[in-house]
Structures are given as C-alpha cells and as structure tokens.
Design a protein around this ligand. Structure first.
Ligand code: TRP
Length: 76
C-alpha cells in the first residue's frame, strides 16, 4: 500500500450511546502508545479511518461501532 492509499481505506463508524464516550488511537509500529483521544457525547458520531499513524483504537463507554466486520456495541 503506498502512502496515498490510506485516503481510500475503509471507514469505521462509532456512535456514542451515552455522554463522555472516549475513543483512543494507538500508534502503528513496535511502540504502542495512545497518541490521540476524542470524546463523544450521546448521539455524536465519528467516521474514521485507520492510517499509517493509527493501527488500533480503544473505545470506552457505551457505543455502537460499525465496521466491515459487522455491528457491535461495547456493552454486549
Ligand atoms: N503498535 C501496535 C501495532 O502496530 C498497535 C496495535 C495493533 C495493537 N493491534 C493491537 C495494540 C492490538 C494492542 C492490541 O501492531
């Protein structure tokens, strides 16, 4: 994948089902660190991609997550 192909990568959707849902981005590569935190309030939606900087995310709080793998909720 060339650097520009990140632009075309899959999007995921995270919808907050309560206030204060936190999405944390973890760095790609051998160091695994949190590099970004985003807070969503109830009803807010984040549409996001994984990039060369972010290979994993952690979602804290009640949320619905849609990816190509399906739909899941953090509390199920
Ligand atoms: N730095 C790790 C990596 O690029 C980040 C990561 C990917 C990760 N998948 C994970 C961390 C699963 C914890 C669990 O591989």
């Amino acid at each position: 994948m060339s650097e520009q192909d990140w632009v075309l990568a899959e999007y995921i959707v995270i919808k907050a089902l309560e206030n204060g849902v936190t999405i944390m981005g973890l760095t790609r590569g051998k160091d695994t660190k949190f590099h970004h935190t985003e807070k969503l309030d109830r009803g807010e939606v984040m549409i996001a991609q994984f990039t060369e900087h972010t290979s994993a995310i952690k979602v804290r709080g009640k949320a619905e997550i849609l990816t190509k793998h399906g739909r899941l909720r953090t509390d199920e």
